[in-house]
Design a protein around this ligand. Structure first.
Ligand SMILES: Nc1nc2c(ncn2[C@@H]2O[C@H](COP(=O)(O)OP(=O)(O)OP(=O)(O)O)[C@@H](O)[C@H]2O)c(=O)[nH]1
Ligand SMILES: [Mg+2]
Length: 294
């Protein structure tokens, strides 16, 4: 359904063009459904969003909430509600949480609904999906499209060639999402995107990413590493410690090359795959600032 995949190279000209397209689409809608990755709510947002969508009501969808820590999901929802947004948890793969979207949008737009009603109108509310690559935009749109009674036909004049999906609750959703770029320049952000699989693996040094992830896990949840791989994860002493731990994991999984040398490249792939798939547990890498909204 998307025109662009996750391989986008975000050069400045492309960013400007994308931004203009999103600005044009924003004029057509009453609200924005901003999808973020519940494991990395900060890193999976484009920092420009608040400015870009100013004046529009915003529903923040914490997607992939099956992979993140449930208590952290609740904290993040309170955080976004404190900023005046609506917020829900979603698993776009199973559809869990999808039924909460239309009611949340109607509550968010209650004033507009009341205004329309006072004028004797019952116009559909209109919304669009926004998010960085790989957060689950297509999964959500496909799910909503399946649940919809019919694909809303092109309505020339009103929508200028756009396709809409009519959802439950008298809501029309633009069928193409706005794709924004994450903030790659920040090293911490880039790593968190890499840990969760939002950055293509072939542009990164996977062993380095795996070692950084191991350092984080050894601090936050050594027992998860110990339980899954039977390794001693804590205490971990610096970069060499992480590298040794990756070797231990490779050995535990029998990922050996000729001469019994551990294939640390394959060990890195295994660790990252299993972490991203939730096999080590549910983790949230970023928490909202303490003390409420900021
Ligand atoms: N575990 C889990 N995986 C999900 C969820 N939502 C999406 N995914 C997976 O995440 C990956 C990306 O999902 P898409 O729906 O293609 O994401 P997108 O935002 O459309 O990505 P682009 O088109 O690349 O911008 C796919 O492998 C999905 O199966 C979720 O709630 N939980
Ligand atoms: Mg997509």
């Amino acid at each position: 359904m998307d025109r662009q995949g996750p391989n986008i190279q975000w050069y400045p000209g492309h960013m400007t063009k994308t931004r203009r397209m999103i600005e044009a689409d924003l004029r057509l809608v009453d609200a924005v459904v901003e999808i973020i990755d519940a494991r990395i709510p900060e890193s999976s947002r484009n920092p420009m969003i608040p400015e870009l969508v100013r004046g529009k009501k915003r529903l923040v969808v914490l997607n992939k909430s099956d992979l993140s820590d449930p208590a952290a999901n609740r904290r993040w929802m309170r955080h976004f509600e404190g900023l005046g947004c609506a917020a829900i948890e979603l698993n776009a793969l199973t559809g869990q949480g999808v039924g909460a979207i239309a009611p949340a949008l109607r509550r968010l737009l209650a004033e507009k609904v009341a205004r329309d009603r006072a004028r004797g109108m019952n116009k559909p509310l209109r919304a669009m999906v926004l998010g960085i690559p790989n957060v689950g935009k297509s999964s959500l749109i496909n799910r909503l499209a399946k649940g919809a009674k019919a694909q809303v036909a092109d309505r020339p004049g009103v929508t200028r060639g756009k396709q809409w999906i009519r959802m439950a609750g008298n809501i029309d959703l633009l069928d193409t999402p706005g794709i924004l770029w994450p903030k790659f320049e920040d090293e911490q952000v880039a790593l968190h995107l890499a840990f969760t699989g939002a950055i293509k693996d072939d542009i990164m040094d996977l062993e380095e990413v795996a070692c950084k992830l191991l350092a984080w896990l050894a601090r936050q949840a050594p027992q998860a590493l110990e339980a899954r791989y039977g390794v001693q994860a804590a205490p971990l002493e610096g970069a060499q410690g992480a590298h040794d731990l990756l070797q231990d994991i490779g050995r535990a999984r029998n990922l050996l090359m000729a001469g019994g040398v551990v294939d640390s490249g394959r060990a890195a792939v295994v660790l990252l795959d299993e972490f991203r798939g939730g096999k080590l547990g549910r983790f949230t890498l970023e928490l909202p600032p303490a003390g409420g909204a900021s």
